[in-house]
Ligand binder design. Sequence first.
Ligand SMILES: [Ca+2]
Length: 619
Amino acid sequence: MPAPSHLPLSRPSTPRQRLLVRLSLLWALAVCASPWAATAQTAPPAKRPNIVFVLLDDAGFSDFGAYGSEIQTPTIDQLAKTGVRFTNFHTASTCESSRAMLHTGIDHHRAGAGTLKVVMADNQKGQPGYEGFLNDKAYSLGQLLHDGGYATYFAGKWNLGDGVERSPGAKGWDRYISLAQTGADNYEAKVYAPLNMEAVWWEDGKRAQLPADFFSTRHYVDKMIQFIESGKSANKPFFATIALQAVHSPLQAPEVDINKYRDRYAQGWEKIRSERYQRQVAMGLVPAGMQLPTAVLAKPWASLSTADQQLYAKKMQVFAGMLDNADQHIGRFRDYLQRSGQLDNTVFIVMSDNGADAYELNTLNLPFRLWYHANYALGIETLGQKGSYVHYGQDWAEVSNTPLASFKGTSSEGGMRVPFIVNYPQHIKPGGVTDQFAYATDFLPTVLDIAGIALPTGSEPGAAQRLRPTGSSMLPFLEGRAAAIHAPTDTIGFEGTGADALFRGNYKILRNMPPAGDGQWHLYNLRQDPTEATDLAASQPQVFKDMLAAYDRYVSENGVIKPAADYNPLGQLLKNNWPVLVRQMAGVLSVAALVLLALIVALVVGLRRWIKRGRRQPT
Ligand SMILES: [Ca+2]
């Protein structure tokens, strides 16, 4: 597990803490300060800063303009240019697990989100750590900020437990609107998949009623502005989490934003990916001369029919419009803070919760595909509009993840390495890019550090059973007080939906089960080989062996329950959700049954008449 952070995380108050700070400062002076430390960073803030956390859903490593994209994200880009961009930040490879770690600072298996509930393997059901919601052993970031004197506001996808008793309100958030499930339609209160009977939003302890003109991104930002306005009189700093549904499926966006990208993607995925990579190299985000992954992107654009080219270009156009729209609303929120005089004392953190999603309807089981045909418009004409459904498919997902390999749901870098931006005026030198390794569990200690709140120890009153956050604060490094976020010996494991990984220093081992992988462990040096092209398992056997042993320790220390060897997430998805699927399809199935019955009756009647006519024929 990660080592404790390099410096005490609370403002020093006791003689021992003050001594530790002095020793740490002496140590910090002895090492190279990080190059993006602001010159005035040592002055403590006169007032504790507001903290805004913007969490995008399923955006790939290269999807923001500041990470190489052609998609227009000027607000995010501005935050990056006046902040610091991470190029080696990792999360879990799926939504719930990432969010659990961000909110608790501990491995997701210990926090209650061992895997995605909708694809939970049979041997994991009912086991500790696989509750499917944030369990009581974990600290809650919202609660810690609330207890530390912050106003806490949440707007967006929660995905950490259904019911008001498991909503953000039960985890320390003062005001909130939260989508309980893993996703939903963006235009209406409608499920996006046959995983639940209804899409449920909670708002300040009650079921939320969505407005008639609901669009998820706009509504969440509207609500956040209302929350902040309503809390102004309390004169507290705020912690505002905006957890957008963008750019999770269904890809939907206002027509005007989709139209901005008309004809932009007609040139195909190879060209767009190449252009993104060249921009990333020019920005200093990734090394030059890398061989981009080709294992999946094996379908040349030129081999598609004209109709398919138009369809896929439109899919990517909708994706771009949805992200562009999200950036506009983040900009609207930032403008609100500026107009109201709050921006100068506000920290922004922007990231994605996992890599780009490669699923497409034709990769799903037949019953799921039928459900989509019965519940959404799938034709090219309406893609992106209200009532339509679209994934953009694995080839565009591979573009989103440029230059990384594989996708959401895998333990390859394309599933786990995400864009991560910290903007902390007067504390972090603008325009920095860092390849420091950081992990989702480092988020909570960092936010507490920025807020000047002590990291919990588990010894607080009533906290005897709580699990102490294991991550490391990134702030000492970002402020130039430490040479690194993690020590080279820090060891961080991951397991989720049957995929495994372990990070140590520059090395990573990983294993993906078929069809995403070959079921074997591989060893990579991420500093030299971020695209995971060269397996070092045979050439560095001792490193490989040590890391495999460390992975076994990670499994036993975190209560990881591996699914059976033949586990298949899509098969499990159908197995876990067929009762909902049948209920959701009851209407369609009834009509189909009636049609079938009518056909049988007509066939029988016709047959009898034919036989009768045959008997009447003269012999
Ligand atoms: Ca996600």
